[in-house]
Write a protein that binds this ligand. Structure first.
Ligand code: GTP
Ligand code: MG
Length: 192
């Protein structure tokens, strides 16, 4: 995919704020600080378009980005940030689940996990939601640069098993690894 334009559209805290014109959407979901925004920026080749942060839990709303005037990326709030107040955490997951449950233009959900860790309870919960709402999804294991090949292979098998995935894309934003594989999954979902 050649990215000719990528722009931030809006932040949405509730359904009323979701864009109304119909364009296919690709959502990025996963634990807080896992690297969702970095993955988006790396795919787009635009540093700093989606705000990345070393402080977990910074992306609190659904953030919509318009790509090539044709489709949208949606950066969803991260879950599982232990220090967030309970009410805020509840609001995050409700916003994400509402989007997963209702959003018609959603064609692909990218479930981002950390290749170093076993999927958390909330990862398993997200996986259940995706199945429950019949959402096509892709597992992307990021920060692969932080592991040896051996560890990586072991962890990817474990992630694939826990999340019942035939394919887990190994990704690194710093090494630009896995970009093409993620793009080809996105392109496929846009053609359907
Ligand atoms: P929230 O929006 O808070 O949920 O976080 P996020 O999932 O969007 O994570 P973000 O992209 O902001 O990245 C979190 C931290 O991990 C940042 O310090 C990134 O630089 C770092 N990071 C992200 N991807 C990679 C990667 O592939 N390799 C390495 N080494 N660091 C990464
Ligand atoms: Mg983010």
């Amino acid at each position: 995919m050649q990215v000719t334009s990528a722009e931030f559209l809006k932040s949405a805290f509730k359904e009323d704020d979701w864009p109304r014109d119909v364009k296919p959407e690709i959502a990025f979901l996963g634990r807080s600080n896992v690297g969702k925004s970095s993955l988006m920026n790396s795919l787009l080749g635009v540093r700093g378009l989606a705000r990345t942060s070393s402080t977990p839990g910074r992306t609190q709303a659904l953030n919509f980005f318009l790509i090539n005037n044709a489709f949208r990326f949606v950066d969803l709030p991260g879950y599982g940030y232990a220090r967030a107040p309970r009410a805020v955490k509840a609001q995050w997951s409700a916003a994400a689940e509402e989007y997963l449950a209702k959003r018609e233009p959603l064609v692909l959900s990218i479930h981002v996990v950390d290749s170093r860790h076993e999927p958390s309870k909330q990862d398993l919960q997200l996986h259940e939601w995706l199945l429950h709402h019949h959402r096509p999804h892709l597992i992307v294991a990021t920060k692969s640069d932080k592991l040896s090949n051996n560890e990586l292979r072991k962890n990817i098998d474990r992630i694939a098993h826990a999340l019942e995935a035939d394919q887990v894309v190994i990704f690194s934003a710093t090494e630009k690894r896995g970009r093409d594989k993620v793009w080809s999954a996105i392109e496929k979902s846009l053609k359907n």
